[in-house]
Design a protein around this ligand. Structure first.
Ligand code: ATP
Length: 363
């Protein structure tokens, strides 16, 4: 059991609240990502869990052991928390072979020689470095070096593996390969992974559970699909997604047949570029627009659209979809199932409730 429980976890640096009374649970065996913009407190939270920082308030439980409690000043040191840590910089010993670097993880633990050899073999196989045990770090690619760093932690059999932006030094192709590798490792080891990243694509593709952080607080927690498809705030909606979110700050009199609460008040509407469609004929949910540019972007293509009243948006469609050229007048459909409404003051998601609710759900 390696569930991690945080209760009222708080950390200040001077006047700055880096982590603000956070309550959450990381289930055993999860691939859990802490996602958020620079400075939101991700690394601080990870360092609190690992024991490199002390709590100002709250408590942290790993498995059934309280590892930190601000009330009675409990603070179990990092080495005794049963965690492995992998950072952006691999910090391998340059004068040691791959084998010795990996075995280094076991030096401080009393493990019998025969057991060490067996573990080394299994671990190098797990990270697919079985043939490279004699090489030195300078003879390895960036991805291979990162795998040595992973092996050095995995050989200690940690209950939880903590990874802080481990792929950010790698080039784009290698990052993608390493993402697949990390997923495979997670499945194979059955351990909990806690992953810090500001890269939403990385979090979406790797995690079983994502917590989006903002200014030291939890903004939303959920499975990647839920966070992407059902963001509870404008912040989360804008932070996730590869194309820029289309937003329509609207006063009263939204030009679409919005239901109940959303119709009778100011709302901020948003829809993802891939959720806009070109329509054949007008209905309640279409609006006229002009195509101002058509941009091929490899696997997808993007239309820049201009609506009356100086509003603009982008529409994204797969590469082979037939799309109108620049200069064409079109009808754009705002699918009511995909349209999101937010409170302009708080940024919180507004539910489409009211008389049309039933209709909306069945569209
Ligand atoms: P990044 O993605 O840039 O690493 P982050 O989300 O991991 O950002 P943290 O490193 O946790 O953010 O920092 C959170 C806030 O706390 C920041 O405003 C940072 O400047 C501040 N902070 C972090 N560590 C310290 C420290 N040791 N002393 C003072 N302030 C700190």
């Amino acid at each position: 059991m390696s569930r991690i429980l945080l209760e009222g976890v708080t950390k200040r640096f001077g006047d700055h609240l880096a982590v603000d009374a956070l309550d959450m649970e990381i289930p055993s065996g999860a691939f859990f990502s802490l996602l958020g913009p620079s400075g939101c407190g991700k690394t601080t939270l990870m360092r609190l869990i690992a024991g490199f920082e002390t709590l100002d308030a709250g408590r942290i439980v790993i498995g059934d052991r309280v590892v930190a409690d601000a009330r009675n000043l409990t603070h179990i040191p990092p080495a005794q928390r049963g965690l492995g840590m992998v950072f952006q910089s691999y910090a391998l010993w340059p004068h040691m072979s791959v084998r010795d670097n990996v075995l280094f993880g076991l030096r401080t633990r009393k493990v019998a020689k025969a057991d060490q050899t067996a573990r080394l073999h299994d671990t190098l196989e797990t990270v697919q470095l079985g043939d490279l045990g004699d090489r030195f770090p300078s003879e390895l690619s960036g991805g291979q070096q990162q795998r040595v760093a992973l092996a050095r932690e995995l050989i200690t059999d940690p209950a939880v593996l903590m990874l802080d932006e481990p792929l950010s030094n790698l080039d784009a192709q290698l990052r993608q390969d390493m993402r697949l590798e990390l997923r495979r490792l997670h499945a194979r080891t059955g351990r909990s992974f806690v992953y810090v990243t500001h890269d939403q694509l990385e979090a979406l593709s790797l995690s079983s559970l994502i917590m989006v952080m903002r200014a030291g607080k939890m903004e939303q927690i959920g499975a990647p699909d839920d966070i992407y498809a059902d963001p509870q705030s404008l912040f989360v909606a804008e932070f996730l997604g590869h194309g820029k979110l289309n937003t329509f700050p609207n006063g009263p009199g939204v030009p679409l047949p919005l239901p109940g609460t959303a119709r009778d008040r100011d709302v901020y509407l948003a829809i993802r570029p891939e959720d806009l469609e070109i329509a054949d004929r007008a209905d309640d949910w279409t609006r006229p627009a002009q195509v101002t540019a058509k941009l091929p972007m490899g696997s997808v293509q993007v239309l820049a659209l201009s609506f009356p009243g100086d509003r603009t948006a982008t529409l994204e469609a797969p590469r082979h979809t037939q799309l109108p050229d620049a200069g064409t007048e079109v009808l754009v459909r705002f699918s009511p199932r995909r349209l999101m409404a937010f409170d302009p003051a708080t940024g919180q998601r507004l539910a489409f409730t009211g008389p049309r609710d039933r209709h909306l759900k069945s569209v």
